[in-house]
Design a protein around this ligand. Structure first.
Ligand code: SAM
Length: 253
């Protein structure tokens, strides 16, 4: 998978590719990356990339020409590339969308600044507008990093399949609570023990306990996911039974 990031501040993005799991993915040839500084395609001596919006209104907009020149240099119209504009007006980045995007050969990501970009660039070049959540950031770089992080970790060879199988959102549920050593943790509230069942060594009981905890946590924090899972028939019989057993859950949903 190749990531091409178009930005007015590529240095914000660049460091992400030099550390930790991402650096390993690059050294193994699973991921490659290039950043393009949109300002390099500005055509006046001040390297201007923004101007006031037609029709009035607050703030400035990114001008179409430098951005479209940068997109042309990135080969944005080539068939194996998917162009994404990070935008609060885009469709929401979910785990399903991250999976879909992780199957692409190359993602070209446009990071907006100011009040965003000229609509004509979206009309010509952009395949998807993607939002990372219902809030407004000051720039697209942090959103691009969230999208890159959510997608590259799904590529074969980056992290183990086992880690991905039971984490949040897999099978329509959030993850179960996790514990590590020490078994008894002395803290400001006194002593806290690891749940007994996790020390039992009984794999089947542990699996069932974790599934129950996943359902409880999803109900508490994201009942919309449970509703959605029921509607789409995502849950197997065992999960449905747990949902039904948890008193009143289905009615409350
Ligand atoms: N005027 C825009 C609006 O009201 O929708 C907000 C522009 S925002 C201040 C500047 C840039 O930040 C956007 O062009 C976009 O690239 C990025 N951005 C802000 N919030 C975002 C979000 N929730 N998801 C993805 N990108 C976001």
């Amino acid at each position: 998978m190749k990531y091409t990031v178009l930005s007015l501040f590529p240095e914000i993005i660049d460091t992400f590719f030099t550390a930790s799991i991402m650096a390993k993915a690059i050294s193994r040839g699973i991921v490659s990356y290039r950043s393009i500084n949109i300002r390099d395609y500005a055509f006046d001596k001040h390297k201007t990339c923004d101007d006031a919006p037609y029709g009035g209104g607050a703030g400035m907009l990114m001008m179409p020409e430098p951005l479209s020149q940068a997109l042309a240099a990135a080969g944005a119209k080539e068939a194996d590339k998917r162009v994404i504009y990070l935008s609060p007006s885009g469709r929401l980045l979910t785990q399903d969308l991250a999976k879909d995007l992780s199957r692409e050969q190359e993602l070209i990501l446009i990071c907006g600044r100011y009040e965003g970009i000229d609509q004509r660039v979206i009309d010509i070049y952009v395949d998807d507008e993607v939002s990372i959540g219902d809030y407004v950031l000051s720039s697209g770089e942090t959103a691009a990093l969230a999208l890159i992080d959510a997608t590259y970790r799904l590529l074969d060879g980056v992290i183990s399949h086992e880690s991905l199988d039971e984490e949040s959102f897999s099978g329509g549920l959030l993850e179960y609570p996790q514990y590590t050593r020490p078994e008894i943790y002395d803290n400001i509230q006194g002593q806290m023990r690891v749940p007994e069942i996790l020390l039992s060594g009984h794999h089947e009981n542990i699996r069932r306990w974790r599934l129950k905890k996943r359902v409880e946590k999803t109900f508490a924090n994201r009942p919309d996911l449970l509703r959605n899972g029921i509607k789409k028939g995502l849950f197997d019989e065992e999960t449905r039974k747990i949902i039904d057993e948890l008193s009143g859950i289905t009615e409350e949903l």
